[in-house]
Design a protein around this ligand. Structure first.
Ligand SMILES: Nc1ncnc2c1ncn2[C@@H]1O[C@H](COP(=O)(O)OP(=O)(O)OP(=O)(O)O)[C@@H](O)[C@H]1O
Ligand SMILES: Cc1ncc(CO)c(N)n1
Length: 503
């Protein structure tokens, strides 16, 4: 593994049937790429039907376990589960307070109160102490009944209520809340076709909402334990909570899909924590996911639609002189962009990819000829001759975009070149779809807008995305970072290109 493996400490109770508690935590931590450690706060006698007994070690022995670990091991993140009574909560709180001076470990608190089976796992008088413990956590992961108890209110009946309650708790306790849809009313376990939303909510509202499928299984024992330890591990690996949630949710949903291939007990069985590893799949890194890259430029995409040129081209108010300036700059751009695509063809390891880039490079030149003809027509309409493609000077914006692409082509690897050329396909295709939709027979640029969207260009864009996606997944972290940097810079340049003004 190229990254340093993070050390994750679970402070939780034992479930001897292995589906929840520290047993679930250790499996989840391992599945998500961490080194798992566990300090026991409670022993439960438990199976897939419920809890039949609880035995608690003295609180100072919980402290002794925590001190032994901390005296020796760097702890990157802590997941806290079942804390059965006030003494244990206070012991863990005091230990956390000592750890969290300066840059201590990230802390995920799963405020376990009731098992999936309905059995109570926490004393009534411990609730106030748990509220106090929130001050030592970065993220709290209550299910809907626990969220309501922490706020001293009724459980949310709708997802909108749940988000509102989560924001209230985030504001009160000044931390992130992971609102979980597992208990959403009207969503019985096993119901097919339903959704199972989760959301990260901060004091200012929803940070990330994921609405995944609800897996039709009754084997959901320990999902809360598993999710919270996955969050601790993936945060330690990736360094931010939304990325951790994307990865954790994807992993957990698959572990639920794989759950029925286990045969553990006759009640609510466990999820299949390690099934993905057995199948040779580790938790995919969301930072290598191009859908995530696309979201990273969400603000920029929204701004492109508001750029004067795009707006005026769409509504037809664009001045002819501005249109001509754009045609001239686009000509210059395409000539060099075609060379960069040829570089991608030169670097491509397979015949299919070499052919794809070479064909794209050639199509760019055909498009350039089309632009040239359009400029001739514009100029002829005014009785002038336009500057030839080799004569028109590049604007500062055009030059800046091309310099970026040329430096990627000069020093970048094949994956970096692919990432650098991608936004020109993807953003153009995206804007083009909307521009083509704005077309009408009497539009002054009707012919032109008609060119903006074609099934061929859509297919080429899809292929460029697929190639880059495969390269991003295969790239080691440093190269993936370089790919993302090149992609983000090209996206900004694309925006500035559209926004440029005629001198
Ligand atoms: N049937 C399901 N399909 C997909 N995801 C599910 C399903 N049931 C629960 N989840 C997910 O499991 C996680 C835990 O949610 P839940 O609200 O059930 O927490 P919990 O009650 O703390 O769990 P536990 O069952 O361990 O007590 C959430 O990410 C939730 O979306
Ligand atoms: C030990 C333990 N911790 C947490 C839960 C919550 O699922 C459970 N059932 N058992």
């Amino acid at each position: 593994m190229p990254e340093t493996t993070p050390n994750i400490l679970s402070i939780a109770g034992s479930d001897p049937s292995g589906g929840a508690g520290i047993q679930a935590d250790l499996k989840s931590i391992a599945a998500c790429g961490g080194y798992g450690m566990a300090a026991l706060t409670a022993l439960t006698a438990q199976n897939t039907h419920g809890v039949t007994g609880v035995h608690l070690p003295p609180a100072d022995f919980v402290t002794a376990q925590l001190d032994a670990v901390a005296a020796d091991v760097r702890v990157d993140a802590v997941k806290i589960g079942m804390l059965a009574n006030v003494e244990t909560i206070e012991a863990v709180g005091a230990w956390l307070a000592a750890q969290r001076t300066g840059s201590g470990p990230a802390v995920v608190l799963d405020p376990v109160m009731v098992a999936t089976s309905g059995d109570r796992l926490t004393d009534d008088d411990a609730v106030a102490a748990l509220r106090y413990l929130l001050s030592h956590a970065d993220l709290v992961t209550p299910n809907l009944p626990e969220l309501a108890v922490l706020l001293d209110t009724e459980p949310a009946a709708t997802w909108a209520d749940a988000l509102e309650q989560a924001q209230r708790l985030a504001t009160q306790a000044d931390l992130l809340v992971l609102a979980k849809g597992g208990h959403l009313a009207g969503h019985d376990d096993g119901a097919a076709g339903g959704r199972c939303p989760d959301a990260l909510v901060g004091p200012d509202g929803v940070v990330l909402e994921l609405d995944d499928e609800r897996v039709a299984t009754t084997n959901t024992h320990g999902t809360g334990c598993s999710l919270s330890s996955a969050m601790a591990t993936l945060y330690a690996r990736f360094g931010d909570w939304p990325t951790a949630l994307r990865a954790a949710k994807g992993w957990l949903t698959q572990a639920l899909r794989d759950a029925d291939s286990l045969d553990v007990g006759t009640g609510h069985g466990p999820v299949n924590h390690l099934g993905q590893l057995w199948d040779g799949r580790s938790v995919p890194d969301p930072r290598a996911d191009l859908a995530h890259w696309w979201e990273l430029i969400g603000d920029l995409r929204a701004r492109i639609d508001g750029v004067w040129f795009v707006k005026e081209l769409a509504d037809g108010s664009l001045a002819r002189a501005d249109f001509e300036h754009y045609l001239a700059q686009d000509s210059i751009y395409l000539r060099t962009y075609s060379k960069v695509l040829s570089k991608a063809a030169q670097l491509a390891p397979t015949l299919a990819e070499q052919q794809f880039w070479a064909k794209s490079a050639s199509e760019c030149l055909e498009m350039e000829l089309g632009l040239h003809e359009a400029r001739l027509a514009e100029a002829e309409a005014r009785g002038e001759t336009p500057a030839g493609p080799d004569g028109a000077p590049a604007s500062p914006e055009t030059r800046s975009y091309l310099n970026h692409l040329l430096s990627a082509a000069a020093v970048g690897s094949y994956p970096v070149v692919a990432a650098a050329v991608l936004p020109c396909y993807w953003l153009y295709q995206d804007i083009g779809t909307r521009l083509a939709a704005a077309n009408r027979p009497d539009h002054p640029y009707a012919d032109w807008l008609g060119l903006y969207s074609s099934p061929e260009f859509d297919a080429a864009t899809r292929q460029a995305i697929d190639i880059t996606q495969r390269l991003a997944r295969q790239a080691p972290p440093a190269e993936r970072e370089a790919m993302l940097d090149a992609y983000l810079e090209s996206s900004r340049q694309e925006m500035d290109f559209f926004a440029q003004r005629r001198p």
